[in-house]
Write a protein of this length. Structure first.
Length: 347
């Protein structure tokens, strides 16, 4: 099987590459612009492997993407390349519009060129999206595949637009597109602007742990390796034109997450505790959605996928990974992102 993964040097993309490369006959080509959130170190295990190729390119480059897709002729395109951090989209939406909308359009057109040329039997285009396109839930209910779109941020709005493009290319051109909408991911190799790695690294350095508002915003958490398993299953057995909601059934408030991280670090670095004393409440993010939760019954029922990792153990393993892999994150903290507050416009 030949796979093309856009955004494969990012957090979820690299986890997917690790999953795909477990198959001895897999050939994986990664396309990544190598922006701030990409880290080639995440793909170091595949250096020198003839089955793996990393191409530095911008998915918005129509001619380059078409040439690459036609040359590689993959069995599956996993489209993950995206600008993803809500706070950065608040500060500047331009890159989000370009990558998430124009980039998705370019990839769909490239895939269409391959498909209409004959491509390969069973070709699939898996468009990877987020539950944030659905907006905010109240205290009850969960998102599913029939939930109406109601995005709140420039990030989620551009991802919603990308979802609509992907669906339209299936309905209009017959492109075998499948869409996934996943809940919050956590795990190793996540860029330290996101909640869990930011809290871990700030706590290790004795810096404040910023919690937005009252910390009661709720997210459904899924280990990134479970997400990678779900994406592979969608590519293998999903029905073109269908959407699949993917979640971990592990709802936690942001304050709960930070408190759990503090407790784990108290056990591992007791001399620096109690780490909860570092918790600092800051002005809330503008347009901050209250709650996300996923009803993943469709993918469980139709594709036989279920998350395999317990959240408590998964979080502990994640904290341990960051402690043991300072060589991965220290250069990012020193040269790319030091942990400063983002997304303060209107806060």
């Amino acid at each position: 099987m030949k796979y093309l993964v856009t955004g494969g040097a990012g957090f979820i993309g690299s986890a997917l590459c690790h999953r795909l490369m477990q198959a001895p006959d897999a050939q994986v080509t990664v396309v990544d612009k190598m922006t701030y959130a990409a880290n080639p170190a995440s793909l170091d295990p595949f250096k020198g492997d003839s089955r793996f190729r990393l191409v530095k390119a911008d998915i918005c480059d129509f001619s380059r993407m078409t040439e690459l897709v036609l040359t590689e002729a993959p069995d599956v395109i996993f489209h993950l390349a995206a600008e993803t951090h809500v706070d950065r989209s608040i500060d500047g939406a331009d890159a989000f519009v370009q990558t998430n909308l124009i980039g998705t359009f370019a990839m769909l057109q490239a895939a269409r060129a391959l498909y209409e040329k004959g491509g390969k039997p069973g070709f699939r285009f898996v468009h990877v999206s987020t539950d944030e396109v659905f907006g905010s839930l109240g205290p009850e209910g969960r998102f599913d595949e029939a939930t109406a779109y109601d995005p709140s941020s420039p990030y989620s709005a551009t991802k919603a637009g990308a979802d609509h493009l992907a669906r339209a290319w299936h309905r209009t051109y017959g492109l075998p597109v499948l869409v996934s909408n996943c809940s919050n991911n956590y795990g190793p190799r996540q860029f330290p602007e996101k909640l869990i790695p930011l809290m871990v690294l700030n706590a290790l350095e004795g810096r404040p742990l910023p919690v937005y508002g009252d910390g009661l915003n709720v997210r459904d958490w899924l280990h990134v390796e479970d997400h990678a398993d779900a994406l592979v299953r969608i590519a293998e057995a999903g029905v073109p034109g269908e959407c699949y909601a993917v979640g971990g059934d592990s709802e936690k408030t942001n304050l709960e997450i930070v408190t759990l991280v503090c407790a784990l670090l108290d056990a591992r670095r007791p001399a620096r505790g109690p780490h909860r004393d570092l918790i600092t409440f800051v002005a809330d993010r503008p347009g901050h959605d209250l709650r996300y939760a996923i009803d993943a019954s469709k993918i469980r029922r139709d594709l036989g996928w279920t998350p395999s990792r317990d959240f408590t153990q998964g979080l502990a393993d994640t904290v341990d990974w960051y402690i043991a892999n300072e060589g991965w994150w220290r250069p990012l903290r020193e040269t790319v992102y030091a942990g400063d507050r983002l997304g303060t416009v209107g806060a």
